[in-house]
Design a protein around this ligand. Structure first.
Ligand SMILES: [Zn+2]
Length: 373
């Protein structure tokens, strides 16, 4: 648990606060952009930046926008698309040359795009063909990340979530884990409240669901128990104003969210959220999980549902609905098929006999509650 051990004053000397073995070197610092550039000068000769265009007006990021080797990316679409990946890969292969480091600067989408570009540079097929699990893939250029939003855990996870022509699905491969994550909590100061709130909500959901998982590794569950406490304490406050102590806690919880998801597995709200995401391409992942949690009060009756309602109230936010994102009754059969396919997540929550509880009717009843909310 954080217990105030990590403050912004001592953040650059913070000791590892996670238990799960992670692939990523975590560099805690208080001059994110400056320290990133200094380290890159020492360790890479041809870095290439992938940066979220929303950061452009912020002075802190001007040195990166001034670099020639960069791709400015509109991350407002909820996940990077496979065609974004293929476009950057073609640009590097055909015009710019292969870099020795791909640096993702921004939230989960920018980091995931950097991860996917790196591995696709080293493998011949279009990115959509690598969405999935257990594929043998060569390692690409080193992946570096500079998160500007806490909560996604993307700074640590070996997953690059992509929206393909057919589905939203990650490239799940150890070779997409970042090699170095440079973390400065102050870099989220310019993020909108909506984004700071919902990315921490997703962090909370990850931790909460892993603490309920029957198939997660013990270390992952311990990391999640710490993470859920920290995320709960952050979200129990009004996040309207940026606050550096909360940002430190958020950064700590986010890394725990990444570490716990390496050995851990989320559960019901995430399974339901994938159906929603496939039905609505612009629905942000974190909002999809919140909508799902709000329809799972009977399953998550020991805190998950009540906390979600409370966090939204404290922050003066309305409960998000499927309708706002164009999700209606006609989507239920398709969403039900998608969710039913999330076998590992049902197994995680209900254990080996999950089929005794979960069937088409069980799932479509949840979606019925969502579309009528
Ligand atoms: Zn999530």
């Amino acid at each position: 648990m954080n217990d105030g051990m990590v403050s912004y004053e001592n953040f650059n000397n913070a000791r590892p606060w996670w238990r799960t073995h992670i692939f990523t070197e975590i560099v805690t610092c208080r001059d994110g952009v400056g320290d990133l550039r200094k380290l890159l000068r020492e360790r890479a000769s041809r870095p290439f930046f992938i940066i979220d265009e929303i950061l452009k007006p912020q002075r802190a990021f001007a040195p990166i926008f001034a670099c020639e080797g960069k791709y400015v990316f509109d991350a407002s679409y909820s996940e990077p698309r496979t065609r974004d990946v293929d476009r950057v890969v073609a640009l590097l292969k055909n015009e710019r040359g292969i870099p020795d480091a791909i640096v993702g600067v921004g939230g989960g989408a920018s980091m995931d795009l950097a991860k996917a570009v790196s591995i696709c540079l080293a493998n011949p097929r279009p990115s959509a063909e690598y969405q999935g699990y257990g594929m043998d893939m060569e390692r690409g250029p080193d992946i570096w990340v500079l998160p500007t939003l806490a909560g996604t855990g993307a700074e640590v996870t070996p997953i690059a979530v992509l929206r393909g022509p057919e589905k939203k699905l990650g490239i799940n491969n150890d070779n997409v884990a970042p090699k170095v994550a440079v973390i400065d909590p102050a870099l989220s100061a310019g993020a909108k409240k909506f984004n700071r709130f919902f990315s921490m909500m997703d962090c909370y959901f990850h931790h909460y669901e892993i603490t309920h998982s029957k198939t997660s590794a013990p270390d992952a569950v311990l990391d999640s128990r710490d993470g859920v406490e920290i995320a709960r304490s952050v979200l129990s406050q009004d996040l309207s104003e940026f606050d550096i102590d909360r940002a430190v806690d958020s950064a700590v919880a986010s890394v725990l969210g990444g570490s716990s998801s390496i050995g851990g597995r989320v559960g019901v709200s995430h399974a339901i959220s994938y159906g929603l995401s496939n039905a609505s391409p612009h629905l942000p992942h974190s909002v999809a999980v919140a909508i799902s949690m709000l329809a799972c009060g009977d399953i998550y009756s020991d805190g998950g549902f009540d906390d979600t309602v409370k966090f939204l109230e404290i922050n003066g936010l309305a409960r998000p609905t499927g309708r706002e994102y164009g999700i209606f009754e006609s989507h239920i059969p398709g969403m039900t098929r998608t969710a039913l396919g999330m076998e590992k997540l049902w197994l995680s929550h209900f254990g080996e006999n999950w089929r005794d509880t979960v069937d088409e009717k069980f799932i479509s009843d949840i979606y019925k509650r969502i579309v009528s909310a």
